[in-house]
Design a protein around this ligand. Sequence first.
Ligand SMILES: [Zn+2]
Length: 154
Amino acid sequence: MGKLSITKEFTWDMAHMLASYQGLCKNLHGHTYKLQVEVTRNSEQLITDSEANSGMVLDFKDLKKVVKEEIVGPFDHAFVYWTGSSDVVEHQIAELLKEEGRKVVEVDFRPTAEEMAAYFLEVLNAKFEEEGVRVSKVKVWETPTSFAEIREDE
Ligand SMILES: [Zn+2]
């Protein structure tokens, strides 16, 4: 018995700032993020109960729907705001944007690619819990040559 996985890619644009960073990333700036989500199932437990999806780990369409709802939709063209930031400016920017009805996503972690990858793995696994699949790997690119990767513990 082996493990089978499928992977789908997504992109979105997002603004953030990294409090206390010694360099340019302390400034408000943005990236075009790329995300890869890998979903795994035991090879002997592929979908059989629906002929439409028979032989699949998960329908790519269903993976896309969940990732769009949970990640790409909320985060695209948003300012990601770390509510625990030590940078007063970050709080002021978030307040101003919220007052003006602009898109702000509040997170309780410093919005590095690493923290976002860990957060996405947790969010997606909670969503897919009932489907009998595991999100086994998440990769988040902040630039075309820089990414963070998290693998689920075996
Ligand atoms: Zn950045």
